[in-house]
Design a binder for this molecule. Structure first.
Ligand SMILES: *[C@@H]1O[C@H](CO)[C@@H](O)[C@H](O)[C@H]1NC(C)=O
Length: 452
């Protein structure tokens, strides 16, 4: 079945590729100028109102033959979409959490109707990964280096899987410090990215340790919030660590806006902060600090208002949606070995060199081989260095700083090896970040050996 919309998209794509090929020739600028001039004639005749300053600017640069951006702008939405009114034109629209949002689903739907090529559809869920860190340099002397590598890891994952990334490094609501800082960012990101169906918050100290794994969005189709946790620990043990709020998927919709208002309504920007601290402390026997925190607040909402919110919140524990680093880091060397064994013994596709863009196909071949071989241990999807505080260095005293930083280096290199392999290299020693070796043809079957 082909909808009129998708036919229009096919035509649009065809136009784009033929025009892109023009851009390789010297005629590009000239033709671009002609096209732009034609478009302008068309758009002036299509609209009754006078041209905006932007249009005037565009037309004067076309006259001056400076239509260079035209080649790149072929992918931009049609002008008329940008000229229709939508929620951005409402002077009352606020990006801040202090002003509740109403009617977001309709506002977003209208915007998507104006920009059909940017909507989620089919197997493609539009996802914006949001993460961030403090505005100032890290106190820990290797903190900024670790943050850079942790960020690179997220960029790598999203390049492979088609998510967008937004890195924030300022407190949008100054009173919402520390773990509270993410809510104003997630809220603002929903408005800045109406095309994104999901906002994926990932703490700066969490990283992807399986670069092939894809989120099972089908499983979440009737839910609006996905967190990692264990329902028995929530409802029976009443533990504040029964879930982890450092990584979550939240659907870009009115429910999420409302839920975040309630959730973050327990935070330091409210007069209720102290009262919530007392309530949460007295609810969770294992919560040892007096301040209200977002994770306890989420468990509390599940415990006390399960009927109201429970059916929209998916508590995931079938894979490491996020996993606690202490139990994971020690398993990485054996996982490396087991994956190499399968690569060596499995079908040739597992060893074939390939373009990074087609990684998905090879990941599916690997998954088949894994299932056939009943492979012992899967790579953990996300490893979260909870309590390590790479930036401040003020790690939990339960473990040594060394175990945190070494664990991070090991996990980062474990993940990066999966990326580097597509570029022809591998780090043989997970603790030696600076040394790589080239990957021989048919690796690891071809006698290359090593790899971590
Ligand atoms: C790794 O594998 C070896 C050999 O199979 C085993 O003795 C060891 O306990 C494993 N280590 C971990 C952390 O699982």
């Amino acid at each position: 079945m082909v909808s009129p919309e998708s036919q229009a998209m096919v035509k649009h794509a065809g136009l784009r590729s033929s025009r892109a090929s023009l851009c390789f020739s010297d005629g590009c600028l000239f033709l671009g100028g002609v096209l732009l001039a034609l478009l302008l004639v068309w758009s002036f005749s299509s609209f009754a109102y006078p041209p905006s300053p932007l249009q005037t600017l565009a037309s004067s640069s076309a006259v001056a033959g400076e239509a260079k951006p035209e080649c790149a702008s072929a992918a931009a939405p049609p002008r008329d979409a940008e000229e229709s009114g939508n929620f951005y034109d409402d002077p009352e629209l606020s990006y801040s959490m202090e002003r509740p949002m109403t009617g977001w689903d309709e506002k977003r739907r209208e915007w998507l109707r104006q920009h059909p090529s940017l909507a989620s559809g089919g197997s493609r869920e539009r996802v914006l990964l949001v993460t961030g860190s403090q505005p100032s340099p890290c106190k820990n002397k290797i903190g900024d280096h670790l943050l850079l590598r942790l960020f690179k890891n997220k960029v790598d994952y999203c390049r492979l899987h088609g998510c967008d990334v937004f890195y924030n490094n300022v407190l949008l609501q100054p009173q919402m410090f520390s773990f509270w800082a993410k809510y104003p960012v997630v809220r603002a990101a929903m408005l800045a990215h109406p095309e994104a169906e999901w906002i994926w918050w990932v703490d700066s100290d969490a990283l992807f340790t399986d670069m092939d794994f894809e989120l099972p969005f089908d499983r979440y189709k009737d839910h609006n919030l996905v967190v990692h946790g264990w329902t028995n620990l929530i409802y029976e043990k009443k533990s504040w660590t029964s879930i982890n709020a450092g990584v979550f998927l939240i659907r870009n919709c009115q429910w999420s806006m409302d839920f975040m208002d309630v959730w973050a309504g327990t935070g330091p920007q409210t007069p209720e902060y102290e009262r919530w601290g007392n309530i949460l402390r007295s609810t969770f026997a294992d919560k040892l600090f007096p301040e209200s925190d977002d994770q306890s607040a989420l468990v509390y909402l599940l415990l006390t208002q399960k009927d109201r919110y429970g059916d929209k919140i998916y508590v995931e524990n079938e894979y490491y949606f996020e996993g606690y680093w202490e139990g994971i880091v020690g398993t990485l060397p054996n996982i490396t070995r087991d994956y190499e064994d399968l690569d060596r013994q499995g079908p040739q596709a597992l060893r074939r060199r390939h373009a990074e863009k087609v990684s998905k196909y090879y990941a599916s071949r690997r998954a088949e081989a894994e299932a056939a071989a009943a492979a012992p241990q899967k790579r953990p999807f996300v490893t979260h260095f909870t309590g390590c505080q790479p930036c401040s260095g003020d790690h939990n005293q339960m473990y040594s700083g060394e175990s945190c930083w070494n664990g991070m280096v090991k996990a980062l290199n474990f993940a990066d090896n999966q990326v580097l392999r597509r570029y022809g290299y591998v780090r043989p020693d997970l603790m030696d970040t600076a040394v790589v070796k080239p990957i021989p043809f048919d690796y690891p079957a071809g006698g290359g050996g090593g790899g971590g």
